[in-house]
Design a protein around this ligand. Sequence first.
Ligand SMILES: Nc1ncnc2c1ncn2[C@@H]1O[C@H](COP(=O)(O)OP(=O)(O)OP(=O)(O)O)[C@@H](O)[C@H]1O
Ligand SMILES: Nc1nc2c(c(=O)[nH]1)N=C(CO)CN2
Length: 163
Amino acid sequence: MASVLIALGGNVGDVRATFTKAIANICGMTQAALVARSSDYMTAPWGDEQQEPFINACIEIETPLDPHALLFTLHKIEKKFGRDRANERRWGPRTLDLDIIAYDDVRLDKPELTLPHPRLFERAFVLVPLGEIAPDRPIAGQTPRQALASLSADGIERLPDLQ
Ligand SMILES: Nc1ncnc2c1ncn2[C@@H]1O[C@H](COP(=O)(O)OP(=O)(O)OP(=O)(O)O)[C@@H](O)[C@H]1O
Ligand SMILES: Nc1nc2c(c(=O)[nH]1)N=C(CO)CN2
């Protein structure tokens, strides 16, 4: 079993409901156990600022799938929840984005799969939820707690738990 951190994001539709269903699909379709789930956060759009705020969260799972099989399955789940890659712009609006942040201590440097995620340390919208569930896990030589110390968390607001 591998310990995997996954970041969830989206800004189209009822994103929090999508997250709940997507996490159930991730566990079912990757034979995974859910180890931890962060709160949901409302976050100012990063990269392309001309769009609605995002909702972001992170989960930790344990899965027997290898990294490529896991990515393939995550893409299927994104599609199932309305993601339309053919008609979207880079860093633009989307129903669901599922990124693999870290897969055990595996390092990969391929365009289709880079591990750990190459833009993790630029993204407070990932590091803040990650800091809730894995503050002291070393990822490429840095922990989320250390990375957050040098990054502004402005525009990131924790949402109350859904009842
Ligand atoms: N660690 C990773 N997790 C998810 N996708 C990855 C990873 N490394 C590389 N990729 C590749 O990145 C491609 C683009 O992913 P995606 O559409 O989620 O990008 P994006 O959300 O627009 O931007 P970013 O890659 O900066 O998050 C995917 O097709 C995937 O193959
Ligand atoms: N705050 C925030 N900004 C983003 C996000 C996201 O999940 N959260 N995802 C994007 C798509 O790559 C682009 N910008």
